[in-house]
Design a binder for this molecule. Sequence first.
Ligand code: ZN
Length: 501
Amino acid sequence: MSQERLLELWRPLHDLRMTRAVLEWDQETMMPPGGAAARARALATLAGEVHARLVDDALHEAALRARDAAEEGSVEHAQALVALRDVERARRVPARLARELAEATSAGLVSWQAARKESDFARFAPDLERIVRLKEEEAQAVADGGRPYDALLDEYEPGTREADLVPLFERIRAELSPRIRAVAESGVVVDESPAQGQFPEAHQRALGLAASRAIGFDHDAGRLDLAAHPFCTSFSPRDVRITWRFQEDDFRPALYGILHESGHGLYEQGLPLEWEGQPLGEAAGLGIHESQSRLWENAVGRSRGFLRWLAVPWREAFGAPMPDVEELWPALHTCRPSLIRVEADESTYDLHVLVRFELERRLFSGELATADLPAAWNGAYEEVLGLRPANDAEGVLQDIHWAMGAFGYFPTYTLGNLMAAQLFAAAGAELGDLEAAFAAGEFAPLREWLREKVHRHGRRWRSAELVERASGRPLTPDDHLARLAEQVETVYGVTVGGATG
Ligand code: ZN
């Protein structure tokens, strides 16, 4: 009975969130520029409505009753705990603070866009300062005596703590930083011309769709549309939207972007239908979500087996033979430091995340003032990646996250990389020769393994627990770092760092 009351109150909350997601998807894919003001208003109204329902006493009471009535360890108990977690987190934030944060981030997004265009941090600085101050206040309220930065991390990947991330990032840095220096000194330059040419939009779409369908993304329960920044959003496991963008002279951004978003989409389509609209019927966290996209994009999509399979759809899409797999492979595994995170290769990506993680920690410990961010950013890039941004647009202003108030989000990208490698290694150990399966177009065994180990559990277990149950080991950077070491050794003949024996 008490469980029913909780689900009855949760359903409209879910429907409102879903409606908001539909409007956001439309905003990024279809909406004409003239719609911006009306859409912003509608989204703000919906956000207010969602918040009001989430903090409503009736829902809180229903969740408490459901928890007390359910047997510990049961699904009903898990439903109630997950609901309570969301409700209590929202209830700790005073209405005044929630409103101020919404205002500050909407102003911040506008000034960030203008500042990035003119490469002038000063235009964004006052809004960012206000956002950081309000996020500090929010973090203190939510942390309830715990560490404020942990409260921020917890929003994106429940259970993540700064103290656990620090040694992970230390290891990543100790291994990757010397390696990229050694790669630069090796003088080896990868020939990327096999990935370049003239690839018309319609042909690239055809190739992306073929790959997306092959790995099992169900296009009767999803869509692929163009957007400025690729993303995945879900309205139901039976209606998952993914987006893509393309570059005419290089097939990589479109194909690997579509594989990435299809990986996110497979997770959403694999969530249990019987939990749709219920507290457990969502992804466990953003880190594990990212693991699903990275796994299909990198571990599968850049493998020799996958490339062997790709030759046929390639010929069908482009009407020409695909370059030789051995020529293509190095162009998919470069190690070249760059300034822009979203363009970074696998071997340098985590260092971009590390810079942001360290700056966020310093901001929220009071060690770093917002005004000093650009200098700190540039110094960190020089130290970690060996490159110094020439201006703020290619430095501290490149990401939208801080303008949205999304502090604690970046680490989920690296957590996703680690989880992807660990899950992929575990799947390989159980399923046998995956490369041979991919070459034969057999992606279902891996997909079903992920459904079984990750997707079908929704929010029943935390991400770290899902990974540990699936792989038999706690989360470790070992598999990810081994993968990167092997790539660099193969492509550049460099073995520095990663001498793990
Ligand atoms: Zn992603």
